[in-house]
Design a protein around this ligand. Structure first.
Ligand SMILES: [Zn+2]
Ligand SMILES: [Zn+2]
Length: 185
């Protein structure tokens, strides 16, 4: 699987906008409806089942649809789906090997790649103190796949670092501004 991670994005951070987003080439060109396919499930799950993973991934997309700009995400059985989700460990199919448990938890490739990798060396869970919070990391990586970079806003889901379990995963105003920009003409 050949993928290109666009490193040449435009970091647009000024007084008004804390989010960063990518150059015109890294947009979905107003496409707003996406299908996604989950290729495999985590090897190390903490008190969650594969069905829970399906539900969590669905919830993560719902967080972005909550921006109310017409984004729609549907699960697909087809490997040709626009967005492709994998749990992979160590050296895998791209130039960005994972690093075992801890530190890097996942990466999402920018438009129009559609590929999202979660580190399969992590223990993934859904409750406080029960592994890494898949919902949090999924919402973050999906943000990248939709065209967002990192934000310096501490309330943003696009903050560079995983800050631990969050009871309430919602988009900050900064995330909403960012996703609107990512899908603007
Ligand atoms: Zn990867
Ligand atoms: Zn990130």
């Amino acid at each position: 699987m050949a993928t290109t991670l666009l490193r040449t994005f435009v970091l647009k951070i000024n007084f008004k906008f804390l989010y960063s987003y990518f150059c015109q080439k890294a947009k979905w060109n107003k496409r707003k409806e996406f299908d996604y396919h989950i290729f495999n499930y985590p090897s190390k799950k903490v008190e969650i089942t594969n069905a829970d993973v399906d539900r969590i991934i669905d919830s993560a997309w719902s967080v972005w649809s909550g921006a109310k700009i017409g984004l729609k995400f549907t699960s697909s059985n087809l490997e040709t789906a626009t967005i492709k989700i994998f749990f992979v460990a160590g050296n895998h199919s791209d130039k960005w090997p994972f690093d075992g448990e801890g530190h890097v938890l996942g990466h999402g490739f920018y438009p129009k790649d559609g590929i999202i990798h979660f580190d399969d060396d992590e223990k993934w869970g859904d409750k406080k103190g029960k592994g890494k919070q898949l919902l949090y990391v999924a919402v973050h990586e999906f943000g990248h796949a939709l065209g967002l970079g990192h934000s310096n806003d501490s309330s943003s889901i696009m903050l560079r670092s995983y800050t631990g379990y969050r009871a309430n995963i919602v988009l900050s105003q900064d995330d909403i501004d960012g996703i609107k920009e990512a899908f603007s003409g």
